[in-house]
Design a protein around this ligand. Structure first.
Ligand code: SAH
Length: 236
């Protein structure tokens, strides 16, 4: 699943009929709610979100909602993608770890802003579909791996920023351990039905400061340091 890596990706995208929908998404959902960093807005304007969902859902791709992507997983609402991206405070030279590749949309947005994106997905079929899509945009600075992301990506650590796009009962220790001093971890933590979005900043002395950024609702982060798989099966 490895791909060549480079600078922030210019993303090769063709013109499409949803350009106005994307501009409208910025004007009605993102800018009025405070998304302001030009790099983030530019990425949201550029990445063709509709291609990350099933064709039957293209007409809903730019609405203010999460959408299903198969295997009971979802692509987050555009505002949440933009908000979490902005919360990472990226400047362009960072190595970012994403847990929960899903459709690959968040990774594509990050790829336009960060130097390199390491994205971990636990479901192989989902990861393969995301890889194919990203290859179609020549998005070569995203590297995808299939494994349990609650353990991070030890071989590539430390990271400047970590983003978790699934809800966890607690903060996985490994993700803080794999942050550089000054690095930021943005993660939804809480119950199955609702979580708080936390930003945890690692201090130079190894400690960490936590801010609550707001409420949110994500699918479950399943793994050794997240929700247990057995419990997930039992609840099906
Ligand atoms: N960022 C995605 C949305 C992710 S949905 C996007 O832009 O579309 C959450 C994803 O997290 C799902 O694909 C789910 O399979 C994955 N996931 C859940 N637990 C995981 C774990 N422990 N490691 C890696 N991926 C996980």
């Amino acid at each position: 699943m490895r791909s060549a890596s480079g600078r922030p990706s210019p993303l090769k995208v063709k013109r499409d009929i949803y350009e106005r929908s994307r501009q409208n998404m910025l004007d009605t959902q993102l800018i009025p709610r405070g998304i302001s960093r030009p790099e983030v807005l530019h990425a949201m304007l550029t990445v063709p979100r509709h291609l990350f969902v099933d064709e039957a859902l293209w007409s809903q791709a730019y609405t203010d909602h999460a959408l299903p992507i198969g295997e009971k997983q979802t692509i987050s609402q555009p505002y949440m993608v933009a908000f979490m991206t902005e919360a990472l405070g990226l400047k362009g030279d960072e190595r970012v770890l994403e847990i929960g590749t899903g459709s690959g949309y968040q990774a594509a947005v990050l790829s336009m802003i960060a130097h390199r994106v390491y994205s971990v997905e636990r479901i192989g079929t989902i990861a393969a579909r995301a890889r194919k899509l990203l290859d179609g945009f020549m998005c070569s600075n995203v590297i995808i791996r299939v494994s349990d992301g609650t353990l991070g990506w030890p071989d590539e650590a430390p990271f400047d920023a970590v983003i978790v796009t699934a809800g966890s009962p607690t903060v996985p220790e490994a993700l803080i351990a794999q942050l550089k001093p000054g690095g930021r971890l943005v993660i939804p933590v809480g119950q199955e039905e609702d979580q708080k979005l936390l930003r945890i900043t690692k201090r130079e002395d190894g400690g960490a400061d936590t801010e609550v950024l707001g409420g949110c609702k994500f699918v479950k982060l399943i793994g050794k340091q997240g929700w247990q798989e057995a419990r997930e099966r039992a609840s099906l």
